[in-house]
Design a protein around this ligand. Structure first.
Ligand code: ADP
Ligand code: MG
Length: 698
């Protein structure tokens, strides 16, 4: 009766294999609910683990209960009546040898009244409260029992479920599936550390823990039974990554061994600066991959402003020198334009034909460019992820470079692989990101990815100072802008994304633009937003880049890639609405030259706890790795992985934040298992990942 809508008698749980499976014409409501939860096979039910437990293994004397105690008591009904107070309610008085208490029900059926008639014996579980009518339990769980009825030997599991799925039904279904589920040991002895229970024992224990089991260890998932399950899961994931690596090693890629002279040397000679040691190191790592016959699958990570673009340019030059095409992709058109502008400026004077494939290049121009790509005349192709993915045929695509890979969906990456189909080759893939993958993720989901890290900024940068301002101090910020402009510096003002309303977005940015224009007479204030035609955007951007505009009001279109070293102040309005990675990216737009720069985060109180945590992180650190770590902590790995968050591929039991040591164990065990017991390894992956392995590999 915890759930007043639940029938007093649980409906009969179905028996036989494959609960709810098949095409039985009329499934009961709970059976349908189970199906919706994906609880189809015995193994699904066996691995549907409790959220928490209730202790029904002992009885407490009524007199010894304190306010707030959750306990189970047993006694005889000495009074049962329906009363009209503020509302109709059922009041039942229960007495044991030590004292009595009131049970109060606001929702009840006549059948409940009968069930709790005077003289009956009840076992009741609930929270004791000192109410208006004395000590009471409101809506406790109630069972009619015979005197001396045995207490359950195990803690009672409470499962994740839904309103249509009564706990009692689910418990029965799980219990019956547990006996049939194929939980036999697949792992040879010695695979996992000693001292852990077998899989069957672990699962059994988690469903029916003995009363002496530590409720704490069960709930915080540190109990050895939990460790066993998490290790199983992590091991499966590591194995599938190893298999992916192995499969990739079988693939063939274009031969991009470095040729003497040509574009690469021309580019190195033309650069206005010397590469940092970190840039030289990652360029060498990439060149090594490109010289191999297997497709590269490498992530280049480096904090904003660390100089990834020139590394990409050098990689492109290597591919082109070897006679293969290179595609450069960014998430949006303006980013593609902004981000690769510099790269093009470096390469075009060296005689390279570049094709721009963005959504706004339509008609004849686009047709011409597509022809150039198809014929191989254009060796460098620049565009958005989507454009490159669809109708573009390459003559010889050797290398694809993807900026901001965390936005590059799994499906898009798979599509890219087929660009070279006819030649039985796969292009090399280089992804770039300013949002570093936290270590635990790199060790798990991205284990099949090689990572190069630029861990030093070009010389002469002054770290950006971050300040938090409540939005009622906006005037002060405007004064500050005036100062910067007077000193010949430039300023960004970023307006927030108004959820689900592009229109409001625009209005907000337009108003701010008008306000700042009025407040800063004599300064050039530009406006940039997502709805402007591409040509207009490019024009505004170029005025700002050339210093003809001093202030740029923008929606998040400038999020990544914009490079104006003279900009020294970044104002982010409603900073609490942005994600941490996004804030860090935006902050990275300033502090690109030697000028001391400031980032002002304007926020509107009150802040949500996560909003507060994000702004605090921004104020406390400039380090992209630390930001990524905090982001993971605040959001959890599911969201961190963007495109993957909807996939079932996420870990169900292990938690990468908390289970680093187990992950390490799994990493050590996986290669051994694969080598010594390949059949067991395969069976283990099948059991845990079934159809999801493909997804994990992408
Ligand atoms: P990000 O890694 O964020 O993409 P960029 O590639 O846009 O960074 O580089 C940021 C700025 O630093 C650019 O102006 C770029 O020309 C400059 N830069 C890159 N490498 C160096 C270097 N080794 N020395 C000096 N400036 C550099
Ligand atoms: Mg960049």
């Amino acid at each position: 009766m915890t759930d007043p809508d639940a029938p007093a008698q649980p409906r009969k749980a179905p028996t036989g294999t494959g609960v709810g499976a098949g095409t039985a014409p009329r499934l009961s409501a709970p059976a349908q609910a189970m199906r919706r939860l994906g609880l189809l096979r015995d193994i699904d039910l066996a691995l549907h683990l409790p959220l928490r437990y209730e202790d029904e293994t002992r009885l407490t004397a009524i007199a010894s209960l304190h306010d707030g105690d959750v306990a189970q008591v047993e006694g005889r009904v000495i009074d049962c009546r329906v009363e009209e107070r503020s509302r109709r309610q059922l009041l039942v008085r229960l007495q044991d040898d030590s004292g009595d208490l009131l049970l109060r029900f606001l929702h009840f059926y006549p059948s409940n009244q009968k069930q709790m008639a005077v003289g009956g014996r009840l076992r009741v579980r609930g929270e004791l409260r000192g109410g208006f009518l004395g000590r009471e339990m409101v809506h406790p769980t109630v069972k009619v029992v015979q005197e001396g009825a045995p207490l359950p030997a195990a803690l009672t599991p409470v499962y994740p479920g839904s309103a249509q799925l009564p706990q009692a039904y689910l418990r029965k279904a799980v219990l019956s599936a547990l006996g049939r589920a194929p939980l036999h040991e697949l792992l040879p002895p010695g695979t996992l550390p000693p001292g852990l229970p077998s899989l069957r024992d672990a699962v059994q224990l988690l469903h029916q823990p003995p009363p002496q089991a530590s409720a704490q260890a069960l709930e915080d998932r540190s109990h050895p039974a939990w460790q066993r399950l998490k290790l199983e899961e992590l091991l499966a994931q590591q194995l599938s990554q190893l298999q992916a690596q192995h499969e990739r090693a079988q693939l063939r890629a274009p031969d991009l061994r470095q040729r003497a002279g040509g574009l690469r040397n021309g580019l190195l000679a033309a650069l206005p600066f010397a590469l940092t040691a970190a840039q030289q190191r990652v360029v060498a790592e990439i060149a090594q991959d490109l010289a191999r016959a297997q497709p590269m699958n490498r992530l280049l990570q480096g904090d904003v402003g660390s100089g990834k673009t020139v590394v990409a340019a050098l990689a492109a030059a290597v591919a082109i020198d070897a006679g293969w095409q290179c595609a450069l992709m960014a998430p949006t058109e303006i980013l593609a334009e902004q981000h690769f502008r510099k790269l093009i400026d470096w390469l075009q004077p060296l005689g390279l034909t570049v094709a721009w494939l963005t959504g706004s290049r339509k008609g004849k121009l686009r047709t011409t460019m597509l022809q150039q790509v198809a014929s191989g005349q254009a060796m460098l192709v620049v565009g958005t992820h989507a454009v490159i993915q669809h109708d573009v045929a390459f003559a010889r695509l050797g290398l694809a470079i993807v900026d901001e890979q965390h936005r590059f969906g799994v499906a898009q990456r798979l599509a890219l692989r087929h660009k070279l189909d006819e030649q039985q080759l796969e292009p090399h893939l280089l992804m770039m990101s300013a949002t570093p993958i936290p270590r635990t993720l790199a060790m798990s989901y991205y284990a099949d990815l090689d990572v190069s890290t630029i861990d030093e900024l070009p010389p002469g940068r002054t770290p950006v100072v971050t300040k938090l301002f409540a939005d009622n101090r906006r005037d002060q910020v405007v004064l500050r802008i005036r100062d910067e402009v007077a000193r010949g510096r430039q300023v960004y003002w970023v307006c927030p994304l108004v959820e689900e309303s592009e229109h409001l977005d625009l209005q907000n940015a337009t108003e701010t633009h008008a306000q700042l224009s009025a407040a800063l007479p004599g300064a050039g204030v530009g406006l940039l937003h997502g709805r402007m035609p591409a040509a207009e955007k490019a024009a505004v951007m170029s005025l700002f880049t050339q210093g003809q505009l001093q202030v740029l009001v923008a929606t998040t279109v400038i999020e990544v890639g914009v490079d104006v070293p003279n900009a020294s102040l970044m104002v982010i309005e409603h900073a609490e609405r942005f994600g941490l990675a996004q804030l860090h990216q935006l902050r990275g737009r300033v502090g690109r030259g030697a000028v001391a720069s400031v980032c002002v985060l304007l926020y509107t109180a009150p802040l949500s706890p996560t909003g507060k945590a994000r702004l605090k992180a921004m104020a406390e650190t400039n380090d992209g790795f630390e930001i990524a770590r905090r982001d993971l902590e605040i959001r959890g790995p599911g969201e961190f992985m963007g495109a993957r968050q909807s996939g079932d591929a996420l870990l169900r039991f292990a938690d990468l934040n908390a289970d680093g040591p187990l992950l390490q164990l799994a990493r050590e065990a996986a290669p051994r298992l694969l080598q010594q017991h390949p059949a067991a390894a395969r069976a283990h992956v099948d059991r845990w990942l079934a159809g999801r392995a493909e997804f994990l590999k992408a």
